[in-house]
Design a protein around this ligand. Structure first.
Ligand code: DAS
Length: 326
C-alpha cells in the first residue's frame, strides 16, 4: 500500500479556532490546531496529518513581519522533502492578503491551501471541520500542484490571486473575481475546472516597506495621502472609483507623490472588472496613467498593496514594478 501523503497543518488562529464566550457576548481564541484537526472525522484517512501551532490570533492582528516569518517557514517545509501538502488555518478577514503574499513569494509546486471558518467552533453548524477536511483533500490532490496558493472555503477552490471575501457572515463568504472559481471539493472529491489564474513571483524580501491605501470617495481631499507620505510610505495604492478614477484633489496629490519618485498603483473599490485607464479628464484613469501611475488590473486594493510592498522590498524600480503588475 502506497504511503499516506504527508499533510502539514499550520494553525495561525481566526474564527475557526474560537469559541463563543457568553461572559463577553462574543467569540474569543480558544482552540489549538491539534484540537481542531482531532475533531474532524475522517481527516486521518486523507493523509498523515502533522500540526504546528504557529499562532492563535484573529487575522486582524496579522502584520507584514508575520507574513515574512510564515513565508520563510513555508519555503523551508516546501524544500524539506518531508511534506506533500500544506494546510494553513487562518482568519478569514485578512486571509486573501496572507495567501496572496505567499502566492507571490513562495514559488513551490506543492499545494498550499488556506482555510478558515465563518462560525466559531461551538456555534451551531460550525463550518470549520468541513473546511479543514476539504482543504486537506485539496492539499493531497495531484491536480492541486502548480496551481499557486489556494483558498478552500465552503467546498469551493479559489486562487489566492482572484479570491476575495464578499460577505461578512455567510459561510460561502468568498468569491473569485475573473475568472470563476478554480474548482470544487465535495466530500473529498476534488475537481478543478479549466479556469486559471496568472501568477507572478518575487524573491522573498528581508523587509517590507510601508505602503498605504488611499480611498477615493465623494469630496475626499489629499489629507490621508499626504499623511501617508509624511509617515514614510514608500508606495501608495489608490482604491479608485469605477475602473480607477479619482477627483482633482487626489489627482494633484498623486501627481505630487509621483513627482517625488513614490510609485502609485491604481486599483478599484469595485470588486469585478479590474482597473484600467479609460478617462482623460483630471483624475480620470488615462490622466493618472499619463502622470506615471501603474494600474493594478485584476488586483483589489489590499492585494495590490501586497504586491507593491513585495516589489519595493525586493528593490524593483518603476519599470520593474510596471512589469510586475503586468
Ligand atoms: N475572527 C476574524 C479573523 O480572524 C474573522 C474570521 O476568522 O472569520 O479574520
Amino acid at each position: 500500500m502506497s504511503p499516506q501523503p504527508r499533510v502539514r497543518v499550520l494553525a495561525t488562529g481566526g474564527t475557526i479556532a474560537m469559541r463563543f464566550d457568553p461572559a463577553t457576548g462574543g467569540s474569543v481564541p480558544a482552540l489549538t490546531g491539534a484540537e481542531l484537526t482531532a475533531a474532524v472525522p475522517g481527516l486521518q484517512l486523507i493523509g498523515q496529518i502533522e500540526v504546528e501551532e504557529i499562532a492563535n490570533i484573529p487575522s486582524e492582528h496579522m502584520k507584514p513581519d508575520f507574513w515574512l516569518h510564515l513565508a520563510r517557514h513555508v519555503q523551508e517545509l516546501a524544500a524539506s522533502g518531508d511534506v506533500d501538502g500544506i494546510v494553513i488555518l487562518h482568519g478569514t478577514d485578512i486571509m486573501e492578503e496572507t495567501a496572496f503574499f505567499l502566492d507571490v513569494t513562495v514559488p513551490t509546486p506543492m499545494p498550499i491551501v488556506f482555510t478558515g471558518a465563518m462560525r466559531s467552533a461551538n456555534e451551531p453548524k460550525a463550518d470549520g471541520p468541513a473546511n479543514i477536511f476539504d482543504a486537506a483533500a485539496v492539499a493531497v490532490s495531484p491536480d492541486a500542484r502548480e496551481r499557486g496558493v489556494l483558498i478552500v472555503m465552503h467546498g469551493d477552490i479559489h486562487s489566492a490571486r482572484r479570491v476575495t471575501k464578499i460577505d461578512t457572515s455567510a459561510v460561502d463568504a468568498f468569491e473569485s473575481v475573473m475568472p470563476p472559481d478554480l474548482g470544487t471539493v465535495r466530500s473529498g472529491l476534488v475537481e478543478f475546472s479549466a479556469a486559471w489564474s496568472p501568477r507572478v513571483h518575487v524573491p522573498l524580501p528581508e523587509q517590507l516597506p510601508r505602503v498605504d491605501i488611499i480611498t477615493m470617495y465623494a469630496g475626499v481631499d489629499d489629507f490621508a495621502l499626504r499623511a501617508a507620505l509624511d509617515r514614510g510610505a514608500a508606495g501608495l495604492v489608490v482604491a479608485g472609483v469605477g475602473a480607477g478614477n479619482v477627483n482633482p484633489a487626489l489627482f494633484h496629490g498623486i501627481t505630487d507623490a509621483l513627482a517625488t519618485g513614490v510609485p502609485v498603483v491604481i486599483s478599484s473599490r469595485v470588486p469585478y472588472g479590474g482597473a484600467q485607464p479609460l478617462y482623460s479628464y483630471a483624475g480620470g484613469g488615462m490622466a493618472l496613467r499619463r502622470a506615471g501611475a501603474i494600474f493594478a488590473r485584476d488586483l483589489n486594493p489590499q492585494k495590490a498593496r501586497v504586491l507593491l510592498m513585495v516589489g519595493l522590498g525586493a528593490g524593483y524600480d518603476r519599470s520593474e514594478l510596471e512589469g510586475l503588475f503586468g
